[in-house]
Design a protein around this ligand. Sequence first.
Ligand code: PHE
Length: 342
Amino acid sequence: MTNLSARMELTERLEALRASLPDKVEAAETLEELAGLEAEAIGKRSLVAQARRELGTLDPDARRVVGRQIQETADEMARVLTARRTVLEAATDATILERERVDMTLPGRVPAHGSLHLVEETMNEIVDIFTSIGYTVARGPEAETEFYNFTALNIPATHPARLETDTLYLDYGDADEEVLLRTHTSPMQARYMEERDPPVYVVVPGRVFRRDALDPTHSPVFHQVEGLAVDTDITLADLKGTLAYFAREIFGPETKVKFQPDHFPFTEPSAQMHAYALGQWIELLGCGMVHPAVFEHVGYDPDAVTGFAFGMGADRVAMVRHGITDLRYLFDPDIRVLRQFR
Ligand code: PHE
């Protein structure tokens, strides 16, 4: 009797499970939910497992019948669960695929790349014109000694350019010599000649510094390209021919140039070269024949060699070529200004 009612009860509960599980399984939205249902239906603590354990208490006939029922129920539950798992797994894969989809037909993302600053670009072009006619390129220190910036260039101790009102001196503590931010690229004339014997054909692009307030035509930092040619028979005609050639190369073949007397302590005679380009006269550079005192400072024999030197403002050249009327635009960090000239 107990046996019979136990058997009836088990049978009913298995039937109930068989009837209710498929709907629950169908309703499961995630694999985790499904795993929960699986544990409940056929796991170690499930009704099926419990029924299997109770099987031993039934008499052999009932055991066979109920045993088969348990097995059928377990198989069917497993089938239902597996079917749903297949569906959910496919859906999960689809979600992942969608999320990680790459559209191979989209155009690539081009990383933003910079370009040379107008002044840098202009200096490169100036330098290229000279290297193409045999000059080499050198660079010098921006922090320079008073000796190279002034003394070696025959600039007297009393010259106003040495005053703190014009020159930015650096505080170098115990240095035996005054150190300053070079006010021009000319110190490299002396440094370069000291290091080698003539002939010399060199250009020196670089940054220079003066104690000036920033305005449309002045900046405390600006750029020069220095040039120096020293050989046995260099004349003023070589200076004029070379610099006129340069002006036509940089501004175009129609460019006119004129020379006006000027004064620099390190050249004699000295001149200022102006170029007529793009509808205006531009004061382009200072130049002259290298002063014998400079040759003496660097150990060259002033009776054996002659030479010419020049120093031009690279910012001015960049402005003229690009139609920029205010120097400050060149040093303004607003990328929109520079982008226009890409
Ligand atoms: N160093 C001079 C300046 O800055 C230019 C210059 C260079 C003049 C070489 C003559 C020779 O104004």
